[in-house]
Design a protein around this ligand. Structure first.
Ligand code: SF4
Length: 508
């Protein structure tokens, strides 16, 4: 009989969430290091270098890998012989751990959870509640896996009820190009096959908690049908040429995980959930002897990759930026931005466009004419920081309002991450604008370029307020040029079919 104390559960969950906010797991670092070595696409290699450099900076500085510090997902296995020394139920204990982790003043994490999701969507302010899955199992231990899942990658989840004779691999291969780059590759695909609709999705999420071991699997060769399927999907997805951040390259996925479960003879439920460059999860076991002891990883784990700006990167002054200068930016060109940059994301754009469409003035001091906006919702600063980690969210969410922002608001250019829709690309071309991307999953590296920050409008929106940043040499890539060429189209097209993986195929 093991007695588990409430205080140990709370502290272990809080410690684990802080830990994964700034430490990538060793398997992820090694796999990303291999992807860097393999990569031949210059833009993708540059992006992976930023991800690895950011990862090490976060480990050193104990600051979040990404500005989106995730929705907390917890898998709990409760041994049937466990006894509790607790005043609250298990979900309350876990949520108290989440609360303490996200409000930790030494490394405050971004609270991203909203209640009342279909309507008012108020932020719960402490990132609770977690999504908790509990199993009661044999034994006298409490096993917990905590994950912090990014919204961008979660939003790309897909599910289908296939016909039993359909090919799972072919279906996955149809889905991945549709996901675009909004899930911040390179990352992983978690695939759940079988059960019922909700079981397939749960299996897909659970599979993402497994360690990355594709290199080992390729070395020893697949020994089961599921391993053959993993290798086939891994090779074929990477052969699509999507690459890091969708810029075109050899590695889109570091691994493909698959879990299955018996299903109805009439059904073949399949779910895919991607995990991004900010893959974060940790497993620990409580045996009644106290809270989990989490060893920090050795800094020797990180490959000797230190991102520096490309020698041919163009330095751009944002203040007084002219349409003529924007028109000279080439697709895929790397820029270093200096000067004043406005920020804003979903909520601010909604308000701005409502005012513009109603013919009403914008708040005093808010003028977008000739300016560049960066879609961002940064983490709160701590200590001497000007701003916390401030990476870009997937920009397609702003597609609906881009034409208004470029036309009525007079914006010169904008920055985010991942591809834009065809109508937005056309709007960018028509307005002689441009769309720039920073690397999703390199948030601390980006924030190092921000020298000052002040709120310009909508302070009540918190991290979604409009800020003005003074930046120095902020690294971005031209994703859509003024003539409407998109690197998210041309990059993958150039790299399609060039992945030299192991071409194992299997009939499904
Ligand atoms: S890396 Fe991209 S998808 Fe992942 S948490 Fe960050 S912004 Fe979201």
């Amino acid at each position: 009989m093991t007695v588990i104390r409430e205080a140990d559960v709370i502290q272990s969950v809080a410690d684990a969430l802080q830990y994964i906010s700034y430490y990538h797991s060793p398997d992820f670092i090694q796999a990303m290091g291999r992807a860097y070595e393999l990569e031949q696409g210059p833009a993708a290699r540059d992006a992976i270098a930023q991800i690895l450099t950011n990862s090490r900076l976060c480990a050193l500085g104990h600051r979040p890998i990404c500005q989106d510090t995730g929705i907390v997902v917890v898998f709990v296995r409760v041994g049937m012989e466990v006894r509790w020394e607790a005043e609250h139920d298990l979900e309350s204990m876990i949520n108290e751990g989440v609360r303490r982790a996200y409000l930790d003043p030494g490394n405050k994490l971004r609270a991203s959870i909203v209640a009342d999701p279909a309507f008012k969507r108020p932020n719960t302010r402490d990132n609770t509640p977690a999504v908790i899955h509990t199993e009661v199992v044999a034994g006298d231990r409490l096993e917990i896996t905590v994950a912090a899942k990014g919204g961008g990658s979660e939003n790309k989840s897909v599910f289908a009820m296939l016909n039993p004779s359909d090919s799972v691999a072919d279906w996955v291969l149809e889905q991945v190009p549709e996901m675009g780059a909004g899930w911040c590759p390179p990352g992983m695909l978690g695939i759940g096959i079988g059960g019922t609709a909700e079981k397939a999705l749960l299996l897909a999420k659970q599979s993402l908690m497994l360690p990355i071991d594709m290199a080992e699997l390729l070395r020893r060769g697949p020994q089961t049908r599921l391993e053959e399927l993993r290798v086939e999907i891994y090779s074929r997805v990477n052969d699509l040429g999507i690459g890091a951040q969708g810029l075109g390259g050899l590695t889109t996925v570091l691994d493909v995980k698959v879990l299955d479960y018996p299903t109805h003879a009439a059904s073949l439920p399949v779910a895919v959930i991607p995990n991004c460059a900010a893959t974060r999860h940790l497993h620990f076991t409580l045996d009644g002897s106290g809270p989990a002891l989490l060893e920090p990883p050795s800094l020797d784990l990180w490959p000797k990759v230190e991102w520096t700006a490309a020698a041919d990167a163009r330095r751009v002054r944002l203040d007084g930026l002219t349409p003529a200068e924007v028109a000279t930016w080439k697709p895929g060109e790397r820029l270093l931005l200096s000067g004043k940059l406005l920020t804003g994301r979903d909520a601010a754009h909604k308000r701005i466009c409502a005012l513009l469409d109603a013919g009403e003035p914008l708040p005093a001091g808010l003028d977008f004419h000739g300016r560049v906006i960066y879609y961002v919702g940064p983490v709160d600063p701590v200590g001497q920081e000007v701003v916390g980690p401030a990476g870009p969210p997937p920009a397609h969410r702003m597609d609906r309002v881009t034409d208004t922002m470029l036309g009525k608001a007079g914006l010169r250019a904008k920055g985010g991450t991942a591809e834009r829709g065809p109508q937005t690309v056309e709007s960018i071309r028509r307005h002689h604008s441009a769309y720039l991307i920073a690397v999703g999953g390199a948030a601390l590296l980006v924030s190092n370029a921000i020298r000052s920050s002040r709120v310009v409008a909508f302070p009540e929106l918190g991290m979604e307020a409009v800020y003005e940043f003074e930046v120095h040499d902020m690294p971005v890539t031209v994703a859509v040029s003024a003539d409407g060429e998109s690197v998210h189209e041309t990059g993958p097209a150039a790299w399609r079919g060039r992945f030299h993986g192991v071409p194992v195929t299997v009939e499904t």
